[in-house]
Design a protein around this ligand. Structure first.
Ligand SMILES: Cc1cc2nc3c(=O)[nH]c(=O)nc-3n(C[C@H](O)[C@H](O)[C@H](O)COP(=O)(O)O)c2cc1C
Length: 257
């Protein structure tokens, strides 16, 4: 092997003590292959098993934390305890091949196709239509609904623990709900969840706090908690690198892996 590639095979230890056998990780990739009811298909589980041998960690495709957060046809669900057996199949298949299994937890917000969410009721931080591929303007979440979605990220984390995952990755990137709260394009709120840069960070940080709280309560073994972000947006106004550096400083206080 070329000397310059050797560091890829060095192990890596997370702050929580979990050890990865190398630096090769499968990125989260939506596969549009789950059943209509949100359970994983056998073909999908086999797809993961085939890719879990050799890499040290697999981050799954994103999974919705509430029914109104389903962003893709054939996306699998983690929004109810009925999904735990399905989640367990996935975690077991990945771990059986020697990789750590991390569940990517997600809400699509205004990017959800209306036909995938109950009553076509698309929600986001505010009622601003996406310039990406959305078919419909969203409605702004009420304060109570915002709290419910934060709690749902926590409940999904508990299900990940119960299903045997080694961790979760909070999907704060690629223009979905968490990013929609951080973005000045999609967040025009004037309550505690929007307005200043600091308030636009409140929802992402509340999700992190809830996931960490649930992890401390339910995980008996060390559990990986990660956060994915997109540093900039093409929209005007949009997230800038200066905004992101502030978010990173706040995330760095949260004891993430
Ligand atoms: C088919 C496909 C599905 C993806 N699904 C997700 C996803 O569910 N969650 C996520 O965070 N990123 C997703 N991504 C982004 C990838 O994780 C990755 O960041 C992106 O493909 C860039 O890496 P690349 O240049 O090696 O393709 C997806 C990418 C592709 C191509």
């Amino acid at each position: 092997m070329n000397e310059k590639y050797k560091p890829l095979f060095n192990s890596f230890t997370f702050p929580n003590g979990i050890n990865l056998k190398n630096r090769l990780v499968m990125a989260p990739m939506t596969n549009f292959s789950s059943n209509e009811d949100g359970t994983v298909t056998d073909a999908e589980v086999e797809y993961y098993a085939r890719r879990s041998n050799g890499v040290s960690m697999v981050i799954t495709a994103c999974t919705y934390v509430t029914r109104n957060g389903k962003g893709f046809h054939g996306e699998f669900g983690a929004d109810s305890d009925e999904m735990i057996p399905s989640l367990r199949k996935l975690a077991s298949a990945i771990k059986a091949e020697g990789a750590k299994a991390v569940l990517q937890i997600f809400h699509g917000g205004r990017e959800c196709p209306p036909e995938l969410v109950p009553n076509g009721d698309i929600v986001s931080a505010s009622d601003v239509q996406s310039e990406r591929n959305s078919a419909k303007a969203p409605r702004a979440l009420t304060g109570e609904e915002v709290e419910e979605i934060i709690a749902a990220f926590g409940e999904t984390t508990r299900r990940a623990v119960e299903a045997g995952f080694d961790g979760v990755e909070i999907h704060g990137a690629n223009g979905y709900l968490i990013q929609q709260f951080f973005s000045p394009h999609s967040n025009k709120r004037d309550d505690q969840w929007g307005g200043s840069l600091e308030k636009r960070m409140a929802f992402p940080l509340a999700v992190v706090d809830e996931v960490k709280r649930v992890t401390a309560k339910h995980a008996k073994d060390p559990f990986i908690v990660g956060y994915r972000f997109s540093p900039e947006e093409p929209e005007e106004p949009g997230i800038t690198m200066a905004d992101t550096l502030e978010l990173i400083d706040a995330l760095a206080e949260k004891d993430l892996d």
